[in-house]
Design a protein around this ligand. Sequence first.
Ligand SMILES: O=P(O)(O)OC[C@H]1O[C@H](OP(=O)(O)OP(=O)(O)O)[C@H](O)[C@@H]1O
Ligand SMILES: O=c1cc[nH]c(=O)[nH]1
Ligand SMILES: [Mg+2]
Length: 219
Amino acid sequence: MTDLPASVPRSVAPVVLDHPLVQHKLTRLRQAATSTAGFRRLTRELSLLMCYEATRDLPTEPVEIETPLERMEGRMLSGKKLCFISILRAGNGILDGMLDLVPAARVGHVGLYRDHDTLEAVEYYMKLPEDVAERDCIVVDPMLATGHSAVAAIDRVKAAGGKRIVFVCLLAAPEGVACMNAHHPDVKIVTCSIDRGLNEKGYIVPGLGDAGDRLFGTR
Ligand SMILES: O=P(O)(O)OC[C@H]1O[C@H](OP(=O)(O)OP(=O)(O)O)[C@H](O)[C@@H]1O
Ligand SMILES: O=c1cc[nH]c(=O)[nH]1
Ligand SMILES: [Mg+2]
């Protein structure tokens, strides 16, 4: 097989968090009997764990510090800055946990809803930090179903200059992963599970239902 030229982006394999804590919390999250409060708390806890993985490749630099006993060289995040981008509205459930870990990150919002009939993403709001081009971007949304919403959001982040992008979700469908790989093969997906597929209404199965409705108690 001939090697692709370096300019052609390749698909980055999705990272599935198979850690026991993640799987335990995800299973409780999926249960229909989990309350709105429980769903919100579990989403926040899972977000901390996903943030840990999504920030794995951030560069660090040596820093001289004094412990109470002696001088030493530690490491801290280098000058590169982070931007979290939440796909409204369910993305905000993940954003909260991410900001607990990186409180200084900038935040962008892309408002999209899925048209129930066409399953296409419809934009209703967008606000990104001006310097998004200089930041590492982590786009968050609990669900990657058809992939239309994530692809539309990342289209907009790239149009604004965003280059290094990771996409974080609780659940992905194989269809959504394929859609992302087709449109944004340079974007790494971090998820807690790749489920079996989509049902006739475009819901992830076995899934967890409508993430936005479960987070905000709107149904
Ligand atoms: O991959 P897709 O097929 O595009 O589906 C995933 C999208 O659907 C849900 O949003 P929804 O439209 O329900 O909006 P909400 O967050 O306001 O509930 C979910 O939070 C994703 O944004
Ligand atoms: O299963 C799904 C698919 C899209 N959006 C959701 O909230 N859940
Ligand atoms: Mg919804």
